[in-house]
Design a protein around this ligand. Structure first.
Ligand SMILES: [Zn+2]
Length: 453
């Protein structure tokens, strides 16, 4: 903590000195993502992350990492300001993926338990690819990403802001227990299994154990706690119909998280698992694909968030035919459309994410998966969800928010995570599916990571 603070001070001092250094050096440093002192966007039409229309031609001044001024009148540029001629292109907030696993995007489950050094370097490479797709923030809902987040924040690796959960917390046999039968029995207080050693998941079978595991994640910097309240598709020993944690165990997690000023989000498919999680004080449900009308109504009434993912069919087909996982995927997939319809019917606070696992190819379609929301939403509704609305869920981290300040919107005082799109994504949302060609500029925290203008 202290060390990071010192690094930040010396970095700021260095960046402040940039106008006095040669252009060559400043270009070099900016290419690595250091924040220039000021950037002025001229003649851009703004999608602000809230409204369903672009503004008139506007100018936007970013100072350090904050949007300082927005005006349709010209803004004077002080010496040292980088000026971007927008050419009436669209300026929009950086995209947010609220269900991401930075460590598990590319490896298979077996590889994920293997060579940690290789896997974390690969996760770093994927983090850079994620940022270059226009995703400036991800909420990581399970995986060993504290070190990756720290390296990104320190400017060592290029990547998105990460809201980390750390290890996903599960019961014995629950979603996230990847052990073999030969690993049984577990002795409470005994040595951790491989996934626990890596920080990928943590097993807890009593309120006391839950408290320990939750506090271990908070100690390492978790911005929210993720637990699995019911069965899941990609884990070998968790039937879809089961409810896992008891209500007392769930309450222990909620209490520990709330004592730290943050919240618990729960993986849950079935009405029983969702209802028990809500009764215990869980503030966000992940997936909810097997919910019914009554459960959807309850989610809406309690003001609980629903974090939904329009999972592509390729993910289902990725599970080998005849496997237990494939059978579970076949049962879950029809629920995706139903969950979206229920979310709309009951006006549930709905967040968007992708949950891409085990596939670099699929990760390259992160933007296309956002575009696929047009099955249920207008382009503007989909883009608001992936920016302004998703940022509201991130803000639920309260005092544990690693990036205090407003994200997901373009307004004065908000953090400067910005994209310039060639064209109008509100009219043609498919532009988002091809970031290499259509995103002309990517800024995160006031620093330019791509500038084709
Ligand atoms: Zn997930």
């Amino acid at each position: 903590m202290f060390k990071g603070g010192l690094a930040l001070i010396s970095r700021r001092t260095f960046v402040a000195a940039l106008p006095f250094l040669g252009t060559g050096l400043s270009t070099l440093v900016r290419a690595e993502g250091a924040a220039p002192s000021a950037t002025l966007f001229q003649n851009v039409r703004i999608f602000d992350g809230k409204r369903n229309a672009l503004t008139a031609a506007s100018n936007v001044l970013v100072k350090r990492n904050v949007i300082e001024r927005i005006s349709t009148a010209p803004i004077a540029a002080e010496a040292g300001t980088t000026t971007i001629a927008g050419g009436s292109r669209t300026l929009m907030p950086g995209l947010i993926d609220n269900h991401w696993h930075a460590f598990l995007v590319r490896p298979t489950p077996a590889q994920a338990m293997g060579d940690f050094a290789f896997n974390i370097l690969e996760a770093g490479d994927e983090a850079t690819a994620t940022l270059m797709r226009g995703f400036t923030t991800v909420r990581d809902v399970g995986g060993p990403v504290f070190g990756l987040k720290r390296a990104i924040d320190a400017g060592i690796v290029k990547g998105p802001r990460i809201y980390p959960s750390g290890a996903m917390i599960s019961v014995t046999s629950g979603h996230g227990d990847f052990r073999q039968f030969s690993d049984l029995p577990r002795t409470i207080g005994g040595s951790p299994n491989r996934m626990e050693q890596l920080g990928g998941s943590a097993i807890a079978d009593s309120p006391d154990e839950v408290r320990v595991r939750v506090r271990e994640q908070l100690m390492q910097g978790a911005s929210q706690i993720k637990l699995t309240a019911g069965g899941g598709v990609s884990s070998p020993h968790s039937p879809l119909d089961v409810s896992t944690f008891t209500e007392a165990e769930l309450r222990a997690a909620v209490e520990a998280a709330e004592n730290w000023g943050t919240y618990v989000t729960a993986h849950a498919f079935t009405p029983a698992a969702i209802q028990r999680a809500i009764a215990a004080g869980v503030k966000c449900i992940e997936h909810g694909f097997l919910m019914d009308d009554a459960t959807a109504r309850l989610i809406a009434e309690k003001g609980v968030w629903l974090s939904l993912q329009p999972l592509p069919d390729e993910l289902r087909q990725g599970f080998p035919e005849g496997s237990v996982e494939r059978a579970k995927a076949d049962e879950v997939w029809p629920g995706i459309a139903r969950a979206y319809e229920l979310a709309k019917k009951y006006k549930i606070k709905t967040a968007w994410g992708t949950d891409i696992l085990f596939s670099r190819d699929l990760a390259q379609r992160q933007g296309a998966i956002l575009v696929s929301l047009v099955r249920w939403y207008t382009p503007a509704e989909a883009l608001v969800m992936a920016t302004g609305t998703n940022a509201e869920l991130l803000a639920l981290s309260g005092k544990r928010n690693p990036y205090p300040g407003k994200l997901g919107v373009i307004e004065e005082g908000a953090l400067a995570d910005l994209l310039i799109v060639e064209g109008n994504p509100l009219e043609n949302i498919k532009l988002i599916a091809d970031p290499a060609n259509n995103l002309k500029l990517i800024m995160k925290d006031g620093a330019l990571y791509k500038n084709d203008l």
